[in-house]
Design a protein around this ligand. Structure first.
Ligand code: MG
Length: 203
């Protein structure tokens, strides 16, 4: 499986990192080795001093498709959950300055903790899903899919023009403002419509 991720999909987050809002969705991929499941602890890697959390809505793909029309996009999805797009911001900034790919800063081992998924049919309006990220009990990020620049349906259509979606793939939909550095011993929690789905430690 692959994890297809969208960058800069919330205007306020693009601004907080000093980035332009992109003309088209900014897409990158995390490999399956980035996945961290079941709220297992995240071990802070030694190659970065600035790992940022980015809490995001994640959708699960239910069947194979390419050139999917936007109006049928939700029929290719069956679950929504939360994920953290861990980013080695120091490595990413260096890559950005040099015009080089973000690969190492985004794709390292366990850089993608993902929660269990809730059935999509519990969410009649995909453009009105609320979520929240807490670090050590403090609310740091509040997001709502209504604030996404590109909706999940648009993203499914856009991505599938270039990359075939397969059953079991995940789509990370971008992070709202409020990202920040994590430290060893931090406690990360994510809530989807008030339901706690992410709950793990940084070690
Ligand atoms: Mg992200």
């Amino acid at each position: 499986m692959k994890m297809i991720c969208v960058g800069r999909n919330y205007a306020e987050h693009a601004r907080e990192l000093g980035n332009e809002v992109p003309e088209n969705p900014l897409i990158f991929i995390k490999p399956d080795t980035a996945l961290l499941k079941d709220n297992q602890p995240f071990y802070h890697p030694d190659f970065s001093n600035d790992i940022h959390y980015e809490c995001e809505l994640v959708f699960r793909v239910s069947r194979e498709g390419k050139y999917i029309q936007e109006k049928f996009a939700s029929t290719y999805l069956d679950g929504v959950g939360l994920g953290i797009d861990f980013t080695a911001r120091d490595l990413q900034n260096e890559a950005k300055q040099k015009g080089l790919p973000w690969t190492l800063s985004k794709c390292f081992n366990h850089s993608a903790p993902v929660s269990n998924f809730l059935p999509l049919d519990r969410f009649p309006d995909l453009q009105n899903i609320h979520f929240e990220c807490r670090i050590n009990g403090d609310t740091r990020q509040v997001g709502d899919s209504s604030l996404m620049i590109y909706s999940i349906n648009y993203l499914v259509a856009f991505i599938s023009r270039y990359i075939t979606l397969k059953k079991g793939d995940y789509i990370f939909t971008g992070t709202p403002a409020g990202v920040g550095k994590i430290n060893v011993n931090d406690h990360i929690q994510g809530f989807l419509e008030g339901e706690k789905l992410l709950d793990f430690q940084v070690k």
